[in-house]
Design a binder for this molecule. Sequence first.
Ligand SMILES: Nc1nc2c(ncn2[C@@H]2O[C@H](COP(=O)(O)OP(=O)(O)O)[C@@H](O)[C@H]2O)c(=O)[nH]1
Ligand SMILES: [Mg+2]
Length: 296
Amino acid sequence: MPFGQIIVGPPGSGKTTYCWGAYQYLTAIGRKVAIVNLDPANDTIPYPCQVNIADLITLDDTMRELSLGPNGGIMFCLEYLLENLDWLTEKLESLQDHYILFDFPGQVELFTHHNAVKKILDKLEKLNYRLVAVHLVDAHYCTDPAKYISVLLLSLKTMIQLELPHVNVLSKIDLIESYGKLRFNLDFYTDVMDLSYLLDSLNEDAFGSKFKKLNAALVDLIEDFSLVGFYTLCVEDKDSMTKLQQVIDKAGGFVFGGLTEGNGSIMLSAMKSGYHEDVRDIQERWMEEPDVDDNM
Ligand SMILES: Nc1nc2c(ncn2[C@@H]2O[C@H](COP(=O)(O)OP(=O)(O)O)[C@@H](O)[C@H]2O)c(=O)[nH]1
Ligand SMILES: [Mg+2]
């Protein structure tokens, strides 16, 4: 029963960097890890790549031969992979005893409504893979209420579409305030607290003020589902990576089923530090104090 992670999220959210960081971390604690690159747009791959979609189809060839742009090209590549899934499953056969990290493309439509990725994942599930979707989004989106709402919608739709154990992550938490200050404490954003506070900011905005009813309906929708929450990650920070891997192991059941040496050590560190990250520590480390008036 192979375990693994599906790494998804918009372009530039840090998926490839995360795969390399998680590979190094998990290998260091004794887990046998393999990375499968399924993103045809990954030109320079930093990590050792056991399976690479570029050996099946390249984005350049697709764009040239079918006169497609980069977006259409990537969609086609994933549809082509679905049609030739035996290529992937044969390569995976020799990695049955590995923990697999799948590096996916960033085209969000592949995870919100297009069916190719969903069908590929269904097939892997039938082959007994225990996968967790790790959805990365740039932490700095929290500084803009409209972007934060769109990230919530994207995360929600991806959760519903993929139907996998799912861990949403605010990536690059070390850069969270690089484009401005957060209005509320970090836990407001990670725990997706009362979004009516954000409605005021959305309605103040020159553009948003024209769509007050729509803003309210979107906030209601997210709150009605009550599914989205976030963990955080700074990929080069060992504690941050440890805590995230604990959460992922718990979500996917590896913590109960993967009886490897590495699993033992991650459970040990989990017992030492507790499963849940304390958002206040992360806030203290990476953010300035929010203004007292706005503080929640
Ligand atoms: N500061 C910081 N930069 C990061 C982190 N994770 C990724 N990056 C940077 O974000 C950029 C995009 O990362 P990449 O992995 O290529 O994103 P992808 O398109 O989602 O695969 C690169 O320049 C990375 O170095 C992080 O935790 N902190
Ligand atoms: Mg990438």
